[in-house]
Design a protein around this ligand. Structure first.
Ligand code: FA5
Ligand code: MG
Length: 412
């Protein structure tokens, strides 16, 4: 199944000569020779069925998210195109591809990856919990665990050989709502581990791998830079920014894999070292096409889909007018904004373009102890049609109702 070395040098030669922006078909065919590992999880199947049967708001929301299409596997979508380009990059010649469950144990996602006990990602305000033990995966980095369970991979490690793979697909986070953020988005991760006999991996190799990513996606003239960053499972860590027009945009998180995490995953860290990266695919697509709104990537409007080609400057299709509504309320200090954004998204679905905080303050005399006043602006806009007040008012009414009932807020 695995491509022989000789095959790969051929791919490398082809790519090098052409400096392709879009990989020609023969390369993609050759790339099929990478080993594809698909992790079947009976536990995930069972949990998916359980979620699908739920009728509470949380359950229905997660069920809706799980049912959304995986754009990284949707032919013709730029998210899939970015993945294809990265997989075709000669630098990553012999990496495997692994598909992992989307519902994963919290213990795997957080404990094995050295997340401190008080890390915000562990909290229910940042992560979707299916139950006390399981979450919707928050990043594709969780593949490290699954990859190292594969028998052939373990055999390669036992034989003192390098291993590495890509993993891509949907991830889920409770987050703000704006033109650059969705609760469901896509990531790709890659990593490579080598024994000392082959090489010791440090920042130099990490930077090389990132250069390869930047070139694969944006072409050879891309300008990028690396800043210090921190992740629980890598050290040192970096974020990569690429320059688009005169703006620097954060696109990739990466680092040298931490020895303590390798040990927990069953790899001898005195022998093996590795680099790893992971990033949001939407961000790259937005940057590459100058997209004004992340939701356009999900659009079915032919005026939009026709234009969704990487590197193609997006021309705004007559933007439909927004409807804006503000809501002010006083609420207890245990109010969790991400819960509120979820609630608004449930009620307004993809008509909600943005929710922004206009104002927040405490005033003991006026509201009493432990209370805060918030004002949010909700911008409703459709990418498909002009919204009417008749359509938006009932949604806004419902939001006001839920603000009172679910969040015990006093709406002003
Ligand atoms: C991570 O997820 C790390 N797992 C990356 C990593 C992998 C580091 C391996 C080291 C080694 P971070 O939380 O910064 O990192 O997210 C990565 C990218 O996801 C961001 O740069 C951004 O492009 C994208 N992203 C994050 N939140 C959202 C969102 N709500 N909507 C769309 N894209 C998002
Ligand atoms: Mg980041």
């Amino acid at each position: 199944m695995r491509a022989g070395r000789s095959n790969w040098s051929l791919v490398w030669l082809i790519t090098k000569r052409l400096r392709v922006r879009i990989p020609p078909p023969q390369q993609i065919r050759l790339k099929m020779c990478m080993r594809e590992i698909v992790i079947e999880s009976p536990e995930e199947k069972k949990l998916r069925a359980e979620v699908a049967a739920r009728t509470d708001a949380d359950g229905m929301r997660m069920s809706r998210f799980l049912g959304m299409p995986d754009l990284s596997r949707t032919e013709g979508n730029p998210i899939a195109e970015i993945v294809t380009r990265i997989l075709a990059s000669p630098y990553f010649g012999d990496l495997d591809i692994i598909t992992t469950p989307e519902i994963v144990p919290a213990s795997v996602s957080f404990d094995l990856f050295d997340f401190p006990a008080d890390h915000p990602a562990r909290s229910r305000s940042d992560t979707y919990y299916i139950n006390d033990e399981h979450i919707l995966r928050t990043h594709t980095t969780v593949m490290w665990y699954y990859y190292l369970q594969d028998e052939e991979v373990r055999a390669r490690i036992a034989a003192n050989k390098p291993v590495g793979c890509f993993s891509f697909g949907k991830v889920y986070r409770r987050d703000e709502i704006d033109r650059n953020h969705m609760n469901v988005f896509h990531q790709i991760d890659g990593w490579y581990l080598a024994p000392k006999a082959v090489k010791t991996i440090g920042v130099k190799e990490l930077e090389e791998s990132l250069g390869a990513i930047a070139t694969a996606v944006f072409g050879p003239d891309v300008k990028y830079r690396l800043n210090e960053d921190t992740f629980p499972y890598t050290h040192p860590s970096r974020e990569m920014e690429v320059q688009i027009k005169d703006k620097w945009v954060e696109v990739v998180g990466c680092g040298v894999v931490k020895g303590s995490v390798l040990e927990k995953l069953g790899v001898d860290s005195s022998n093996y070292t590795g680099w790893a990266f992971g990033f949001g695919l939407e961000r790259l697509a937005i940057v590459s096409m100058n997209l004004p709104d992340i939701r356009l990537l999900w659009s079915k409007d032919p005026r939009v889909t026709r234009q969704l080609k990487l590197g193609n400057e997006f021309k705004e299709v007559s933007k439909f007018p927004p409807i804006t509504r503000d809501i002010s309320f006083v609420v207890g200090n245990d109010f969790v904004p991400n819960d509120y954004f979820d609630c608004i998204r449930d009620l307004g679905d993809d008509l909600v373009e943005e929710v922004s905080l206009l104002d927040k303050y405490e005033n003991k005399e006026k509201f009493g102890e432990g209370k805060t006043s918030y004002t949010y602006r909700i911008v409703y806009r459709s990418n498909e049609r002009t919204l009417t007040v008749e359509e938006i008012n009932p949604i806004q009414e419902k939001i006001i109702e839920e603000t009172k009932e679910k969040f015990h807020a006093e709406v002003r």
